[in-house]
Design a protein around this ligand. Structure first.
Ligand code: FAD
Length: 532
């Protein structure tokens, strides 16, 4: 970190350029006692810390770097209902009634974010209403079925026909959409910093640049060692996401690291509002691709192009700008002012890992690309579990800690992304050719000569492989960063048995079957030659 500029820890992001004041908290430099030690200062850790302190508990939060400098301060900022896992896959695992209860909890996480931003009058968070989930194919039946299912879960949604979608999003790539009016989008870094300030106001002691190096979780008073200080606490809450690898590699190994790339354009003027006439969040894929929104009045923030290795964001900026150009050619050449990446941790089942691992040691992890509502939900569930013995967190028990397959798992997940992108591109191409044969596309053309746009619409994408991210030299899998070489005292915590439910239901969005990989891991363990 640049000492003269503490904000440099937040990277070259549009969020860092527009962040509110973030006072640098000193590292822990003494022996400290608390009732609860929260490890990790992302959204999960900040929420659980604040909620417990609100109830009168003495809470210390340790953050290895700066507050929310990892995934939480780099996200696209969509606060959505539901989970990363599809409703169908949740029902397949736990049945309809329990899936509905889970959905209600996820909705409570979304409501929590919306309410706390207002109650705490958080500056610079700028919530915008609504999420439009748009189809690039004419698959009305599938969308209607999804909308009905979410409706049965109690979700508030509207189906938008193609005419209505194209009246606000002037793109011939788009067909119908599901509109979620209660979703919001926010400045996630300012939200996390607002949450940290709110936590401190109710008594949470936050130490930055303080990695928890080892812990002894045995007994009532648990011990945590940091570089310059020690802590004793009755409860430990692990909220370290992928970076927990330095302390608890077993937890990190249940997550597939997915790096996603985000750009923010230069100011585009009034033409942006004419092309994108919707102020909320927009997604046109259920992969980590093409999620975008207008920020700062007339800039476009666009994210996507996920990889299972940490690539250089500069190399993906062009591909993301090309995605914008393909969707909104009327915007012309796009100048990109900010490009960054962030890495999220995806469990195989794509559901959060929430629960008490051993008495007094809790875990909040695995929020994947759907963490803004689910970290809020998890923070509240764990706080209630600790303070009131509330068993609601047990609804997540079916979603256990399953080894994610190490480098094999990452490779399979990447192949899955490529295959899905290819499938999506082919489906989109079929839809557009079908539409052109019906002579419909010219009707929706906007600006310039309608006939020209009709011709554009008919032209299939150059090749279906356009949908894939270019793999830049040096960005290949295998350039993985090694976990920090700190002393590890893992104590009594163990990975739970690989879950039998790692099997995949047909049509599930989960990455390819990992049960084989899990078995392989068992064999490797037996031979004492475990990978990773
Ligand atoms: C590019 C990108 C876009 C995304 N977009 C969205 C979106 O639009 N909507 C959405 O819902 N979700 C989105 N997500 C996902 C969401 O950001 C994450 O799921 C969520 O922020 C995870 O929060 P967390 O607190 O679990 O982890 P993190 O934010 O990663 O925080 C964990 C913290 O723990 C600290 N830590 C780890 N180990 C230790 C230790 N031993 N000692 C002390 N500290 C430690 C780390 O330094 C880190 O700061 C996105 C993610 C990325 C990367």
């Amino acid at each position: 970190m640049d000492e003269a500029n503490p904000a440099s820890a937040y990277g070259e992001t549009w969020y860092a350029a527009t962040m509110v004041d973030a006072p640098l908290r000193p590292p822990l430099g003494a022996e400290v006692d608390a009732e609860v030690c929260v490890i990790g200062g992302g959204l999960a850790g900040l929420t659980v810390a604040r909620e417990l302190a609100l109830g009168g508990w003495s809470v210390v939060l340790l953050e290895a770097g700066r507050i929310a400098a990892r995934a939480s301060g780099r996200s696209a900022g969509f606060v959505l209902p539901g989970f990363a896992a599809s409703p169908d896959s949740i029902i397949a695992r736990v049945g309809f009634d329990r899936a509905k209860d889970l959905w209600t909890l996820a909705q409570s996480g979304l409501d929590y974010v919306r309410n706390i931003v207002r109650q705490e009058k958080m500056p610079g968070v700028d919530p915008q209403d609504g999420w439009l989930y748009v189809s690039k194919t004419d698959n009305g039946d599938e969308f209607t079925r999804l909308a009905a299912l979410v409706g049965e879960f109690g979700g508030e949604i509207e189906g938008w026909p193609t005419d209505r979608v194209r009246a606000v999003l002037r793109s011939e790539r788009y067909f119908h959409a599901i509109h979620y009016p209660r979703a919001i989008s926010i400045h996630p870094l300012n939200y996390a910093l607002g949450l940290a300030a709110a936590a401190e106001r109710v008594g949470v002691r936050i130490y930055e640049n303080t990695p928890a190096l080892s812990m002894d979780p045995a007994g009532v008073r648990k011990r945590i060692v940091t570089p310059h200080g020690r802590l004793r606490a009755n409860f430990i809450v692990l909220c370290g996401n992928l970076q927990i690898a330095g302390l608890m590699p077993q937890i990190a190994e249940t997550l597939i690291p997915i790096t996603t790339y985000v750009i923010t354009t230069a100011k585009l003027g009034s033409g942006l509002g004419e092309a994108v006439g919707y102020q909320g969040a927009i997604s046109d894929s259920d992969l980590a691709d093409s999620h975008y929104r207008i920020v700062d009045g007339d800039r476009l923030m666009w994210s996507g192009r996920a990889t299972t290795w940490p690539g250089n964001p500069g190399r993906y900026a062009g591909a993301l700008a090309a995605d914008i150009g393909k969707t909104y050619p009327q915007l012309g050449k796009i100048a990109v002012e900010y490009a960054w990446s962030g890495t999220l941790g995806n469990p195989l089942h794509r559901m959060p890992q929430i629960g008490e691992l051993i008495p007094g040691v809790w875990l909040a992890s695995g929020f994947g690309g759907h963490g803004l509502n689910t970290t809020a939900m998890a923070g509240n569930l764990i706080a209630r579990g600790i303070a009131d013995d509330d068993p609601s967190w047990k609804l997540f028990s079916p979603f256990e800690l399953v080894w994610a397959g190490g480098k094999y798992g990452r490779a399979l997940a990447q192949v899955y992304y490529w295959t899905r992108r290819l499938g999506d591109a082919l489906a989109e191409r079929r839809a557009r050719i079908g539409e052109f044969s019906l002579g419909r596309s010219a009707r929706y053309s906007n600006g310039g000569d309608a006939a020209d746009h009709a011709v554009d619409a008919a032209a299939p994408p150059e090749t279906a492989f356009d949908a894939m991210a270019p793999i830049a030299e040096g960005d290949l899998p295998g350039t993985d960063t090694a976990p920090p070489s700190v002393q590890i005292e893992t104590g009594a915590m163990e990975l739970r048995a690989p879950a039998a439910e790692a099997e995949i239901t047909p049509g599930d969005e989960t990455p390819p079957p990992m049960i084989l990989v899990a078995n392989r891991h068992d064999e490797e363990e037996k031979s004492g030659d475990a990978d990773v």
